[in-house]
Every structure is written in structure tokens, then in C-alpha cells.
Design a protein around this ligand. Structure first.
Ligand code: SF4
Ligand code: SF4
Length: 152
């Protein structure tokens, strides 16, 4: 997972404050949390920072694919075992005859499902991590043997 320090090292580090923050590290954290975009740092678009900009774009690209909870699915690592599907407490509560007894989902209120051998995220607003009151639930990531799910 990308860190704020990795992002920070690629920023101009000029502390110009044009992004609205007093330091480039604060912007790095905001970029990591998807609260700001690279375009919010005008200095970065100076041609002298072209290499850094390119690296930052590559580094931050996976974050653009994250759901509202920050969940990213690395489809190439998922082999469809379903561990996360039956471990998710929301799936279990919403699906007493499917996920709760270790079977595939029988309810359309679940969050994680395996389709065509790859996990998919549905009903993201039901995730325990959703919104400002969200918790640090990690049942899905903790039970994945191939690190195919992560939160950013
Ligand atoms: S974070 Fe928790 S509630 Fe959200 S999908 Fe993962 S296991 Fe389910
Ligand atoms: S994300 Fe991980 S735990 Fe979930 S189905 Fe894919 S490999 Fe299995």
C-alpha cells in the first residue's frame, strides 16, 4: 500500500501553500485519503517536475479505483475462494441461510460476492467502514489468503 511518505517525497516540497495546506506532508496525507487531487498542487505541473508528476500519477492510480470505503480489489490476486464472503459480518447478518452457514450468498443485501471466480463489492454503503462513523472492520482483508483486498 502506498504511504504518505512516498507521496511526500515526490511533491515539490516548496511549501507554497497553494493547495491550502501549510506543508507538503499535509497535502500528501490528503492525497492518500483522496480528499485532494494532484491538480490541487499547481507547482507540480511545472515541466521541471514532470518525472515526479508521472510517478505520482502511477502511484495514485490504484486509489482512484477504490470504493467509498477505500476498498480496493486486486482482481489478479483473487482466486474466488469466498473466505471474505463468509467472513464479512454484514454478509453474515444479511444472509442467514447463505453466508452465515458458510455458503454462497442467497441475499442481494450482501457486500461481497464471488462472480466468475472474482470477488466483487456491492452495497458498499452497508460496509462497517462506510462514512465518518465507520469502524475499522477488517474481516475481509484478514481472511483473504492472497491479499487480494486492501483498504487505502
Ligand atoms: S470491512 Fe467489514 S463490513 Fe466491510 S466488506 Fe470488509 S468485512 Fe465486510
Ligand atoms: S478476495 Fe481473497 S478471500 Fe475473497 S474470494 Fe478473493 S481470494 Fe478469496
Amino acid at each position: 500500500m502506498v504511504s504518505a511518505m512516498e507521496i511526500y517525497k515526490l511533491l515539490p516540497n516548496s511549501a507554497c501553500k497553494e493547495c491550502g495546506f501549510s506543508s507538503c506532508m499535509a497535502l500528501a496525507v490528503a492525497l492518500l485519503n483522496r480528499e485532494k487531487k494532484l491538480e490541487d498542487c499547481p507547482a507540480l505541473f511545472d515541466p521541471k517536475y514532470a518525472d515526479k508528476l508521472k510517478k505520482l500519477q502511477e502511484l495514485l492510480e490504484p486509489l482512484q479505483k477504490a470504493s467509498e470505503t477505500g476498498l480496493i480489489i486486486h482482481e489478479e490476486k483473487c482466486f474466488g475462494c469466498g473466505n471474505c464472503v463468509v467472513a464479512c459480518p454484514v454478509n453474515v447478518a444479511a444472509d442467514p441461510t447463505g453466508c452465515a452457514v458458510g455458503q454462497g450468498p442467497k441475499s442481494d443485501r450482501v457486500i461481497l460476492v464471488v462472480e466468475d471466480g472474482v470477488v466483487k463489492c456491492l452495497n458498499v454503503k452497508e460496509c462497517r467502514r462506510f462514512g465518518p462513523q465507520g469502524t475499522q472492520c477488517n474481516a475481509c482483508t484478514a481472511t483473504c489468503p492472497s491479499k487480494a483486498i486492501e483498504f487505502v
